[in-house]
Design a protein around this ligand. Structure first.
Ligand code: PRT
Ligand code: ZN
Length: 288
């Protein structure tokens, strides 16, 4: 089919979100034939075209319909204020947009920002934060190396992205207040044609299956039959655990799914209830 509709996806060309975005596609079973330094690539097994762009430009391209959907940090989406839909959080590219000040200065509440000069690459988000909290302060927009601004006397504090905090630390600054928690998200144009909307639905279904699988583990264990009730109670599973008799009399094999967050607590309780030979296996996809 020559005129088959394709969904056009914009992702970051290079930088912190590039690899995770490509990996997500791969985990969704979508292969991209990406030549080095190319602007555009096609998927061989899903009606998808991928554009490689600077992250800052992605919301505009999606608003204009040059791309139908995009993967970009929520921080960029909020800063650019383009007319796009936030479709799905993706769980990577996590960071905080925070106010930071010299480590020897005191900071108790956002009111301490009153009258300060704030250097940032996020003037829109910072302005909204100041307005919401009824603070008068001066915003200095700079495009890079924001963390050096206080040191050279350009500002009293900064508002910048933080992940490990080591950039702030190396520049004698401390994180004073988080104004936004951000992660990469899938965005789309406000209105897509019906066929594209259908493709987006298929893609979202795959993304959700990958995300769910990532948070869950398959667990197998041996349980003495007289403890089965307690052990099954600890393992709700998707419907209920699978229980199979072992060759050795009086014992069963129990299979289930556990969430990563509850994992260690559950393992301890299982052991306390006589479970043995516990195996935990990653799950590739999860379709509920
Ligand atoms: O070239 P292009 O414009 O596409 O890329 P870029 O340089 O503008 O962006 P890039 O690749 O640095 O970041 C892309 C996105 O990753 C951001 O928009 C965020 O959504 C997300 N992200 C996650 C981060 C960070 N973590 C992060 N730590 N973006 C930037 N940083 C920077 C921060 O600005 C600071 O300079 O890393 C430094 C702080 O890191 P720590 O670990 O020292 O605290
Ligand atoms: Zn950028």
């Amino acid at each position: 089919m020559i005129n088959m509709t394709k969904l056009k996806l914009a992702i970051q060309k290079s930088g912190r979100l590039h690899e995770d975005s490509m990996n997500l596609l791969k985990e969704c079973g979508i292969s991209i034939n990406n030549g080095v330094n190319r602007l555009k690539a096609e998927a061989s097994n899903f009606p998808l075209e991928v554009f490689f762009l600077r992250d800052d430009d992605i919301p505009q391209y999606v608003e204009d319909g040059v791309a139908d959907i995009g993967i970009v940090g929520e921080n960029v989406v909020l800063e650019k204020e383009k007319k796009v839909r936030e479709v799905e959080k993706l769980g990577f590219g996590k960071c905080r947009l925070s106010i930071a000040i010299a480590k020897e200065k005191s900071y108790n509440t956002s009111k301490d920002l009153e009258g300060m000069r704030i250097a940032t690459s996020y003037p829109v988000i910072v302005r909204k934060f100041l307005e919401k909290n009824n603070i008068q302060a001066e915003i200095h927009e700079i495009s890079g190396s924001v963390e050096i601004a206080p040191g050279i006397g350009l500002s009293d504090c900064i508002c910048d992205l933080v992940s490990s905090g080591s950039t702030l630390f190396m520049n004698g600054l401390k994180e004073a207040e988080i104004i936004l928690r951000s992660e990469a998200e899938l965005i789309s144009g406000k209105e897509l044609k019906e066929e594209k909307e259908e493709l987006l639905k298929k893609l979202r279904f795959r993304i959700q299956s990958v995300k769910k699988a990532g948070n869950n583990r398959y667990i197998l264990l041996n349980a003495p039959n007289d403890k089965l009730d307690e052990i099954c109670h600890l393992l709700p599973g998707m419907k209920s655990p699978t229980v199979l008799p072992l060759a050795e009399e009086g014992w069963s094999s129990v299979h289930s799914v556990v969430n990563e967050n509850d994992f260690w607590g559950i393992i301890e309780n299982l052991k306390a209830n006589g479970a043995e030979g516990i195996l935990v296996i990653p799950i590739g996809k999860m379709v509920l």
